[in-house]
Design a protein around this ligand. Sequence first.
Ligand SMILES: [Zn+2]
Length: 345
Amino acid sequence: MKIWTLIVAAIFCLSLSSCFERVVEPEDVFDAIRRGGTYSPASKMIDSWYAVEVIDSQTFAINEPKSSQYNTSYLIVGNERAVMFDAGSSERPAGSKSMRQVAALYTDNPITLILSHFHYDHIYDASKFEGGVTLIDRPEIRAEVKNGLYTISMLESVDAEATPLKVTGFIADGDVIDLGSRTLDVLNLPGHTTESIALIDKARNQTFTGDFVYKHLGGIIAFAPASDLPSYKANSDRLLQLTNADTQFFGAHGIPRFGHDWVSLMSSELGKIVRGKPDYRYVAHYLAPGLPVRLQQNANMSIYTTPLVDPPLFWSKWTLLLVAGLGALVFYLIYRVGRLLFVAV
Ligand SMILES: [Zn+2]
């Protein structure tokens, strides 16, 4: 028997071990939403890739209906400046407009690019913004800025290392961004990832939440590297306190708009997890086959997490290296034992 046969068999067995309950398939998650269709009636295709919803005359949801994760980025315009909140998925076809070019269709004002977080599906056109990127002010991020450039790592993007980005400046939790007759309050909300940002326009009662919370037919992701369940719960409560029953929330995936009640439901389910009283089901997930994913579900709210983030130290590169090393050793031992058995026979 070839060693590759053994390795493939071992990977297959590991994958099966996470399939305790196969309840989530892409079609379950997306339900009636189909790739290529807009998912808000107010969203109109502007070309063959993007659809734009004009939320008001200075606020634009830029959807990518054909992307696998139904991404939405937001252009938030003031009288003097604008903020681009996220830079698009990595799936647009060659020759299509960059997120920077789409933004230029709606404003001539200088644009500050802010990334809701560093996952691969929110950062693709970040380098196309001539003004660079404004980062959340956290010590571990400042420490990695070299010669005015920040490189989003593989662990941060959950994909390949990104193109180095010119850093324009930092915004800290509690800062207020003045766009000219429009302000945005900055929140740093660790939970989904450490660097996660939400922006609040108090005057219009709009809150832009990135991946911290969205209405993706329920799929809240708390299994990424740097996902942190106690922080997720604490910051959900903080977000609830800083908003109200009439706040319109705008997320980065799926159905863009949702309400306070959705955030409240997420918070209460996170509370069950953090208090040690979850009602988990173990599932094979469409995003991470092979990863043991457990699901906390209440009505349409599903929170996906994994033992790998609880305790949170698992997702460190040293732990991953250790696991990879031990895994290689186990495979080698299986190979040796297999050889002994087959040779003996
Ligand atoms: Zn994300």
